[in-house]
Design a protein around this ligand. Sequence first.
Ligand code: SAH
Length: 214
Amino acid sequence: MILEDTEIFKNQRNNLVIQLRKKGITDKNVLAAIEKVPRHNFMNHCYLEFAYYDHAYPIDEEQTISQPYTVAFQTQLIEVKKKEKVLEIGTGSGYQTAILVEMGARVYSVEHNETLHKKSKKLLSELGYNPLCFLGDGFYGLQKFSPYDKIIVTAAYHELPRELLKQLKIKGKMVMPVGNSNTQHMILVEKVAENEFVYTDHGSFYFVPLIKDC
Ligand code: SAH
């Protein structure tokens, strides 16, 4: 069931955008998407009043909806443009997926947890967002629709999965938190040639783990 988008929620979203700008988010398309996507629908109902706080919150199945700053930061790093093919690993609540669709990307999103996959797929469609959602192990990407202009991984692993790097277009960009459960770094990868990558580190973050062979 879709919740009403009240004036209170709209004001809170405007304030969230102001906060994100202060924290260094400059991409106008990212900020416009944050201002539009009704995050309250993606929250567990007991945290509804915090929908526009800049924090991560628990969702079902012991997973989390990412902090808006993190969503904005990852999205800004890969410079999403209209019509680009974007692969997302870890649909979770579907919030990050909605941001990408709102920005005009053609989104392919993979989630390995069946409950979350079904719930987010239904919610996204009820909200009028139509990404292609898949149930599966995103560690190996989604070869069938590759190559992708951009890849965004919203769970952490101790190294960059080779298969994902393969499925990236030349000149494509991928962002992913890399590290163990204590320290993770946001790594941006640019594929400059078939087997040539440029890596940059964009600071510490905390994510739930990417589960391999699930
Ligand atoms: N972007 C999401 C955050 C989800 S948390 C949001 O804003 O809500 C990370 C998600 O990755 C979880 O839902 C978890 O179930 C999923 N995940 C973990 N390992 C995975 C894998 N190998 N393949 C696909 N999804 C995976």
